[in-house]
Design a protein around this ligand. Sequence first.
Ligand code: PEP
Ligand code: MN
Length: 259
Amino acid sequence: MNILNGKPIVVNVNGLKIGRGNPPVIIAGPCAVESRDQIIEIAKILKQIGVDMIRGGAFKPRTNPYTFQGLGVKALEFLKEASELTNLPVVTEVMDIKDIDVVYEYADVMQVGSRNMYNYSLLKELGKRDKPILLKRGMSSTVKEWALAAEYIAIGGNSQIILCERGIRTYNDFTRNTLDLAAVPFMQKLTGLPVIVDPSHATGVRELIKPMAKAAIACNADGVMIEVHPNVEKALSDKEQSLTPAQFEEIVLEIERIS
Ligand code: PEP
Ligand code: MN
């Protein structure tokens, strides 16, 4: 790797600094933006709880094509409104090169999902943009492949990249994925980039999110990203791993205590 060589890189999201020497960033929101009311309601609650950034999928990479695929551009508009009302930046996934321009227009951070970590044409295009990228780890990727995917973005001139450990596929079947926490300090040192942890997709199990979020902070992760829904029983995607605002608030209090 030439550009990402371990020299610390602090990512700046509208003045919010993520990475070496800064407090861990807390990102939360629903798996998917389901309606204007839903995202505005949860954004207001999350603001009160004290998060730094909101998340919500507009274009959803669902395993099953017959399930909710996201509201697309409408969701981006709702996210923007929620962001303006709360003054919180937003991160949302861009799945396809053809959507980069519209996602760029509405999002503060553009997310590359696990399934697209190997999409080198998408990574190259995102490297030409001047907005931070949140690059999730491919579900079967080695740390080296993940670092090189980040390098693909950096080559284009954009080294404002946040890495996100979201669990990898192993033989274990008690969680959705296996959270690889050792990758956090390893990737921080190898690339110099901030590394955050997504305990929601890493475990897929509501009860395991709090202990894994605490573990992430304990190993010096630069932040966490957690799925929270205002009405978990009605969530259209990732219901089993969505936290209620009250459950999420407990995690935030713990993080404040230990960080
Ligand atoms: C997400 O964060 O919305 C998501 C789909 O996660 P992943 O790409 O890690 O599966
Ligand atoms: Mn999800």
